[in-house]
Design a protein around this ligand. Sequence first.
Ligand SMILES: [Zn+2]
Length: 287
Amino acid sequence: MTKIKDKVEKWFVRDEKVLITTASTTELVNKAIKIHKLTPTTTAVLGRCLTMSVLMSAKLSHDNANITSIIDGGGPVGKIICVAKKGANVKGYIQNPLVNLELKQDGKLNVSGAVGTKGKLKVVMDLGFGYPYSGEVDLVSGEIAEDFVQYYYISLQQPCAIALGVLVGPNNKCIVARGILIEIMPNAEEEDIAYVEKVIENIKDFSKEMKEETIEDFIHKNFPDAISLQCDLEPKFKCSCSKYKVKTILRSMKKEELETLYDENDEIKAHCDFCNKDIILNREDLN
Ligand SMILES: [Zn+2]
């Protein structure tokens, strides 16, 4: 298979009554594997969550905007947190990245077994104007896509369909990762919804189709009237942590409090859970 560049695309179908956002995220997921030393199971879990974050980020236009998704399903992987920013820049964290479960009977990676099914999905959306709003729903299946459909329906009152797929190869490399978000616009009619539902039924095996065709082929095959919208976003795993930010936080602390943080080498070590890096500061840095 030829290498597909990570990208986000948008399409209108049914006379602009249905908006489709697609995301190819293979390289991004491979970067997440490296950063968090993911197993095939946790690659599928975090890969799906990151891809969903990319799909949601396509709406962000303000520099300070961000969307944080937190999934806590009670399963062995623990909490999963992803943050999306403008420009399809995302970062993600999974509490127990080394969890690896046996494949399910149908040969698929056991995402719901790893995430758990008895818990919540919380999404905090800050469009950049200083009024973040959050919504929380019970998990439907722990398979991620269905859980986000529920969030869109209950919290955003937005009917939609979502498919997320992450294929992992035998060498624990992501072969292909992609997602599709189909949003029904308020002006849609019954027949548009019925049409979309019929297409969705036919794409149940999203991951199987992913291996065999590009996302463009997939859209044109399933939605022959699709019109591509100008959208040149390239998804990236990008963390915004920095020595400067840690310095600012530490400098705001009381001197005696700060003193307790120094280790035997006279350094303060801070860890970023998203990019899994240590940030080390010495007394000179904090003078
Ligand atoms: Zn970081």
